[in-house]
Write a protein that binds this ligand. Sequence first.
Ligand code: E4P
Length: 217
Amino acid sequence: MKFFVDTADIGEIKALAELGLLDGVTTNPSLILKANRPMREIIAEICDVVDGPVSAEVAAVDADGMIAEGRHLAKIASNVTVKVPLTWDGLKACRTLTGEGTMVNVTLCFSANQALLAAKAGATFISPFIGRLDDLGVDGMDLIREIRVIYDNYDFKTEILAASIRSANHVKLAALIGADVATVPPSVLKSLVQHQLTDKGLETFVADWKKTGQSIL
Ligand code: E4P
């Protein structure tokens, strides 16, 4: 499973990239608002740090506007992935931009039929939003499972990018189902390493090692 980080915070991205943990980055208008800097500058900086796909979302809601913005964003760096919403206009923009060799991430996916349409429109990535479905009392993981089956049935190459991930358990379940990518907030990515028995075991080993009076070096 590939790990993308879902943030526009360049400090967080640099720290995670140094660990070699990052396969890509996703941003959205809300994350750009939070970063409070010009989008173009943010995306260019992220693309300098991360080699993998960096999603930059269009603001237009009509196909022509999305295509124009997408072409503009794609010029920032070769790893920019243009993010478009899952609407008819978004699908049209997806078809045009992928036809021009630009990677496209179709976002705001909440149903298997939407994901089927995105794959048929040639999407590079489909982003089903797990957490936002969970918020409605619907199991978001069922959507990942359904899309996996459909894409495998027809051998679609569109990658399933599990999004709106809120917990370490979401990451584990998406990996078990076979999502190709998980885009994860930095705090959740860091939480994956945590286990109380690891901390407890390490404490004991450190204490016992001290008692041996030995030194390895
Ligand atoms: C994905 O690309 C989105 O940016 C993101 O995962 C949305 O997550 P949220 O529902 O926590 O805002």
